[in-house]
Design a protein around this ligand. Structure first.
Ligand SMILES: NC(=O)C1=CN([C@@H]2O[C@H](COP(=O)(O)OP(=O)(O)OC[C@H]3O[C@@H](n4cnc5c(N)ncnc54)[C@H](O)[C@@H]3O)[C@@H](O)[C@H]2O)[C@@H](O)CC1
Ligand SMILES: Nc1ncnc2c1ncn2[C@@H]1O[C@H](COP(=O)(O)OP(=O)(O)O)[C@@H](O)[C@H]1O
Ligand SMILES: [Mg+2]
Length: 277
């Protein structure tokens, strides 16, 4: 296993090119936010905006539109059950996140099927939360290769069939190899399995054990992939940045709330970009 380092994150997060515009830094679409889980989609979208995504659209239940506009005026809102709007947004996106607060009902399954059918090989699809649970229960696998799965251990148990007690690095790597793309097994020391390599994140702690921390990670991943590339290094840098920001907050705060992690992202990314090459 390779250990992710600060230097790797600083290699990925570089100063922005002067000649640029919002289209340069990635179009991110987040699909989630069922009526009972609006916060998850709003946290994911907030993390994407604060981690530098150029344009962020959120497909969520209509009941959350006002909350999204109030909390995050930088984001655009569409309704997750509006097939035409979702279809247009899927076409326009560079990076798609599906799952934060999606739920597992018929509407959630419908938009998941629509997404899996629409994505193309130029796009990256990040599959999180309820979308992982649905892929496991419905035996759905995306056909194209640019996929990043972000299960926590219980979701990984559903997706891989490995009981949590049996989730050793070797067993996780073997199970990840059966899936297309990259798998991030989220836990105290998160493991990342690409088709050719394995990494472990050496930082992060229980200050992150708050609902919404994983939703926040999806937004950081989407923003990093949209700005930098869809490489293994970029994915590792996103995981590291999430934990490093929380660890910095934990020096003075008992918990690192997702909203606090999100607010601290631009400052931490500035620090990374200030490092000499
Ligand atoms: N504010 C919101 O709207 C929130 C919505 N959420 C959404 O709620 C839906 C259900 O997701 P949940 O994850 O809560 O439910 P799940 O049923 O998928 O998993 C939660 C259970 O897994 C157990 N578990 C075991 N090992 C774990 C590990 N390493 N990390 C995390 N949990 C572990 C937990 O104790 C818990 O009982 C998802 O769509 C999710 O995105 C959550 O993200 C929480 C915040
Ligand atoms: N004790 C811990 N040590 C390190 N990281 C943790 C700890 N608890 C939670 N995390 C991190 O917080 C995130 C939780 O993700 P997840 O369970 O999907 O949250 P949610 O779905 O509530 O947003 C993961 O990135 C995980 O690695
Ligand atoms: Mg989660």
């Amino acid at each position: 296993m390779n250990t992710i380092t600060f230097d790797l994150a600083a290699k990925v997060v570089r100063p922005r090119p002067a000649i640029s515009h919002k289209g340069t830094f990635g179009r991110v679409l987040i699909i989630g936010g069922a009526p009972q889980y609006g916060g998850a989609a709003i946290l994911s979208a907030s993390a994407a905006v604060y981690a530098g995504a150029g344009l962020v659209t959120v497909a969520l239940a209509a009941t959350h539109h006002a909350a999204l506009r109030t909390r995050l005026p930088e984001a655009m809102a569409i309704t997750w059950t509006d097939d035409d709007d979702v279809s247009d947004a899927l076409r326009a996106a560079d990076v798609i996140v599906i799952g934060p607060g999606l739920g597992v009902d018929a509407a959630a399954l419908a938009v998941l099927r629509q997404t899996l059918a629409a994505v193309n090989a130029q796009q990256t699809l990040i599959i999180d939360g309820s979308a992982i649970t649905l892929c496991a229960s419905q035996h759905l696998t995306p056909a194209h290769a640019n996929v990043v799965w972000t299960p926590h251990q219980m979701e990984w148990q559903r997706l891989s069939g490995l009981a949590i007690a049996d989730q050793t690095p070797a067993a996780n790597q073997a199970a990840a190899a059966e899936l297309p793309g990259t798998v991030i097994v989220k836990q105290h020391r998160t493991e990342i399995f690409t088709p050719t390599a394995a990494f472990v994140n050496p930082i992060g702690g229980p200050e992150l054990a708050t609902g919404g921390s994983g939703d926040t990670l999806t937004g950081i991943l989407a923003a990093f992939i949209g700005q930098f590339s869809a490489s293994a290094e970029t994915i590792c840098a996103a995981v590291y940045t999430h934990s490093a920001v929380a660890a910095a907050i934990a020096k003075t705060q008992y918990v690192a709330l997702p909203t606090a992690v999100i607010a601290a992202l631009p400052g931490y990314m500035r620090q990374l970009a200030n490092q000499p090459n």
